[in-house]
Write a protein that binds this ligand. Sequence first.
Ligand SMILES: Cc1ncc(COP(=O)(O)O)c(C=O)c1O
Length: 337
Amino acid sequence: MKTADTLIQKVDQIPQVDLGYFPTPLQECPRLSETLGGPRILMKREDCSGLAFGGNKVRQLTFTIGDAVAQGADTIVHGAASQSNHCRQAAAACGKLGLNCYLRLARDHKSILQGNLLLDNLAGVDVEIVDAPFGPELDVVKYELAEKLKTQGLKPYVVASPRSTALAAVAFTWCIAEIAQQQQQLGIDADWIYTCSVGGTQAGLVLGTKTLELKMKPFGIAPIVWEGKLERMRTAANNAAELLELDTRVTDADIQNTDDYIGQAYGYLTPECIEALKLVAKTEGIFLDPVYTAKAMACLIDHIQQGKLGRDDTVIFLHTGGTPALFAYQEELTADL
Ligand SMILES: Cc1ncc(COP(=O)(O)O)c(C=O)c1O
């Protein structure tokens, strides 16, 4: 069995840049637990990872941009949904490191100059809204732009799957090692870790908990219907295992992930997620985001109400950030005021 220390030593061997404040806090949420009459709840505050309002992508970009810099890149090309947290954090990381940054964002129902899109523009990077849906078609736009930038003498690096997802899994394997150390300091041994993910975040949690043989089981809540999600996460976890030179291999049976809390579609709020968001703000003074973490919290609350989690259980909720998107959802969030 590997220890958290030896796992962290392996992570240290992977090319990386210094972007955030780690370890992120592991915070007790006693008033939330009490209000729900449920398990002991702790929050792992990736929203406090330090760079540009934080979020899970700061830890991930530590390795993606580390990869880019190790390859001699001077320019990052990225793109996703128009309120992408990943792109906002990439824009800020490029500013901090003195890299050029080009974002190509998919036009959608939240292509408004608020939230993340506002921050992208304030960060002074090259932003363009394009008429290609998020996914393989947007990746084509990103790779075509990279080719054009090469002819201008730049050295671009495109952030895209599967490389970016595997490096995210490296990042969240590291996060698990960090949590294992924090658990030891606090004298706890959690039963579950809940998070919103359909990619590298959960892949890393699964690889990390399996490698360290922790009691804690990851439970993922998807923010989007993603065809082939198990294969995507398994591949990312096993690619990360190879990068980290671990013997552990992840199978589909290791991955628990539900689509039940997405609602109408990605980026559309559910009544339960709005309620969850307000409850956590009211009881703990912590803001969730409307697209990802509030849906994950709606699932945790539902599981407590269904009796799937009891008073004797301990749950870690991984807060993956995303809070700037709140400001793009003013209408939906204030409909009852
Ligand atoms: C706030 C937040 N939470 C969760 C996720 C999901 O991460 P992934 O599915 O890439 O693991 C994202 C991805 O953009 C995010 O921005």
